[in-house]
Write a protein that binds this ligand. Structure first.
Ligand code: HEC
Ligand code: HEC
Length: 491
């Protein structure tokens, strides 16, 4: 890009950011979001609009290969803010490329860890995961030999993939009607809104002309403009006949499959990190990175969960099981305060400040309060106690990807940790350092708060690793080699 073009596009982005800040709708203005967060949000929104517009340009001359058409559709849907109740929040609002497809707002990562929904006063209970490599998670299954559940998407594995054969596709069916995320009152609204978009014809050419041939009721617009959840007496507020309802469900599945197709594409799941280059013999680890890798596989035992591969196994840096590592509660989550009815009478968190994230166990026992895209297999209910408070092992790929060194990322399901050094220090010293006093200035350095839950907490592979400060740093520097984009995509 020439300097002049770059300046122009920066100017355009700034104007767009100013415009959207000036046009703050009532729902934005009524939040407690800091000016700093609002400013970053406006920039992210402008970037999402830019990418969506650029991607729409490709619809005029789509690729002739069906796989690439599905990927293109998935990208168009993923960056489409029109598919949220207030037409302001795309999936990517919480998953942008510059952070490895997790939360793109440094100020939120540093403070709330969770992200606001389309209705900006509602926040969810967890930190956005990276969706890179998520489609490579197996369909959730019970491995009798391991005695463990393996696979699925989400921190609690609840997008099982058992219905569509694809956890990432089922995952994509959660956010649209999650009241604290995209906030639509009915999945049919996701389909209706897509039918109004410039990618409709491409969608029909890939998935069939029936996709949007649905007899929409005359009040569909008004119904879809009202935030969910729907009232208990009218759970599917877009009133459709049984055949149209079935068709809307199928199109919703295909939208989700398109999203998963894009997430699995080389643009997102790239295998282009320095680590991959080293495996391919095209780069060498520095001595510090190599020390970190040796510790990762050895004394620090990270590799027993964040697997670096093996025969027939991709190095995905997760084994898709779940553990409770004893992460402290994150009191900064706004979710704890969401115990009162909001302007629409909705209570996101009836448990208020006594909420404890039960992870996989809670999903197995009672589903997940905020969004449950896959049905729970009732035969697995007996596994709930042994899975209480266990959280799926996240991939470590892209864990350090950030737009600049000062950008803060949050780590763990509740975003308690805000640096890689802190989490490594935690693994190293969880069971060595004393408990912190309330407001202890030395928190996370020479003391740790209590775990959010001690149920099923792992005490064999962590807590007392005996690593020196330099060894902790070496592990961090090894994790930094897992950032995609080291090898150019079109090489
Ligand atoms: C308001 C923020 C927000 C929005 C919008 C959002 N997500 Fe997420 N995403 C999250 C959070 C938080 C989690 C973890 C939730 C949990 O475990 O309960 C998550 C988890 C995921 C995962 C699971 C990754 C894994 O390894 O299991 C994928 C994939 C994903 N999101 C894709 C999407 C898609 C696709 C959309 C749009 C249809 C979307 N997200 C919209 C916040 C968001
Ligand atoms: C027994 C399995 C296990 C071991 C061993 C383990 N981890 Fe983890 N790791 C997890 C789980 C589970 C989580 C999610 C914890 C949570 O959300 O509370 C996690 C989270 C993380 C995260 C946060 C990632 C994100 O996207 O939020 C990092 C970084 C990490 N681990 C690095 C390491 C390192 C480095 C080691 C070795 C020192 C290690 N882990 C050892 C299971 C493990």
């Amino acid at each position: 890009m020439t300097v002049r073009l770059l300046c122009l596009s920066i100017a355009a982005a700034t104007i767009a950011a100013m415009l959207s800040a000036a046009a703050l709708s009532a729902e934005d203005a009524s939040t407690n979001l800091s000016p700093q967060a609002l400013q970053e949000i406006a920039q992210v929104e402008a970037e999402i609009d830019r990418i969506e517009a650029q991607t729409i340009e490709r619809v005029a001359k789509p690729p002739d290969n069906q796989v690439q058409q599905v990927e293109l559709l998935g990208k168009l849907i993923l960056y489409d803010k029109q598919l949220s109740v207030y037409r302001n929040e795309a999936c990517t609002f919480c998953h942008m490329p510059e952070t490895g497809f997790t939360g793109p707002v440094s100020e939120l990562n540093r403070t709330t860890a969770a992200y606001p929904g389309s209705l900006r006063t509602r926040f969810s209970d967890r930190k956005p995961q990276s969706h890179t490599y998520a489609p490579l998670s197996p369909v959730l299954h019970y491995n009798r030999g391991q005695g463990d559940l393996v696979g699925g998407n989400f921190w609690d594995m609840r997008a099982t993939g058992r219905r569509l054969g694809n956890p990432a596709a089922e995952q994509a069916q959660g956010p649209p009607t999650n009241p604290v995320e995209m906030g639509l009152p009915d999945i049919a609204c996701f389909v209706y809104r897509a039918s109004q978009r410039p990618y409709r014809a491409l969608f029909e050419s890939v998935w069939g002309q029936q996709a949007f041939a649905i007899g929409w009721p005359s009040e569909v617009e008004q119904v879809c403009d009202r935030p969910g959840p729907p009232s208990a007496s009218d759970l599917l507020p877009v009133h459709l006949g049984p055949v149209d309802r079935g068709r809307a469900g199928t199109t919703f599945d295909q939208m989700a499959q398109s999203i998963a197709g894009y997430e699995a594409s080389a643009e997102v799941t790239a295998f282009s990190s320095k680590f991959d280059a080293v495996l391919a013999g095209k780069a060498k680890l520095t001595p510090q990175e190599q020390t970190g890798y040796d510790l990762f596989r050895g004394k620090a035992q990270c590799n027993s969960c964040h697997r670096d591969g093996g025969p027939g196994e991709d190095p995905l840096f997760t084994d898709f099981t779940a553990s409770n590592i004893g992460t402290p509660a994150n009191p900064r989550l706004p979710y704890y305060a969401e115990s009162q009815p909001d302007a629409f009478g909705y209570v996101a968190n009836p448990a208020g400040s006594s909420f404890v994230d039960g992870g996989v166990g809670s999903f197995l026992a009672k589903g997940h309060l905020l969004s449950q895209p896959s049905a729970v297999d009732s035969r697995w209910a007996p596994l709930a106690p042994a899975n209480q408070a266990r959280i799926q092992v996240p991939t470590l790929r892209n864990v350090d990807k950030r737009p600049n060194p000062d950008f803060v990322k949050a780590y763990g399901h509740n975003g308690y940790f805000t640096s890689l050094k802190a989490i490594v220090h935690f693994y190293n010293t969880r069971d060595v350092l004393p408990r912190c006093h309330p407001h202890d200035p030395n928190e996370a350095t020479t003391c740790w708060p209590a775990p959010e839950s001690t149920d099923n907490m792992n005490t064999s592979k962590m807590g007392r690793l005996g690593l020196s400060d330099a060894e902790e740093d070496a592990i961090v520097s090894f994790m930094q080699t897992l950032t995609d984009g080291f090898m150019p995509i079109n090489q």
